[in-house]
Unconditional design. Structure first.
Length: 119
């Protein structure tokens, strides 16, 4: 699978994905820092990439219907430190082979994973 790591997450998440056999690009690698959410999600759509972000705006399925995208993963964390975000994301990796991502919104919390499809 192909992923885009938002600028609000550590680039090490891209490394974890690459080590798991996925293609991961960061917003910073593509000089998309500060781009509006609507532009970022369109870039992901055009590239066929799953967006991985801390931005809760992407969890609004009315604004960003999951059916329209390759997938959206929103990390909803009580603490957003770099080591903590990496640790929580590491626990999600095994689910990527078992659960569909295309057309889905994944809300990742410390101890849970909620998956929503489109409308």
């Amino acid at each position: 699978m192909d992923f885009k790591i938002d600028e609000n997450l550590p680039s090490e998440i891209g490394v974890l994905l690459s080590e798991a056999g996925h293609d991961a690009k960061t917003v910073n690698q593509q000089n998309l820092q500060g781009t509006p959410d609507s532009n970022l999600i369109e870039v992901c759509k055009n590239e066929g990439r799953v967006l991985v972000t801390l931005d809760m705006d992407f969890s609004d399925i009315r604004a960003y219907p999951p059916d329209n995208y390759s997938g959206i993963i929103v990390l909803r964390l009580a603490r957003q430190s770099k080591p903590y975000a990496i640790d929580v994301f590491r626990r999600v990796l095994p689910h990527m082979g078992r659960e569909p991502l295309k057309g889905q919104l994944w809300i990742v919390e410390e101890n849970s994973l909620r998956i929503r499809g489109g409308a």
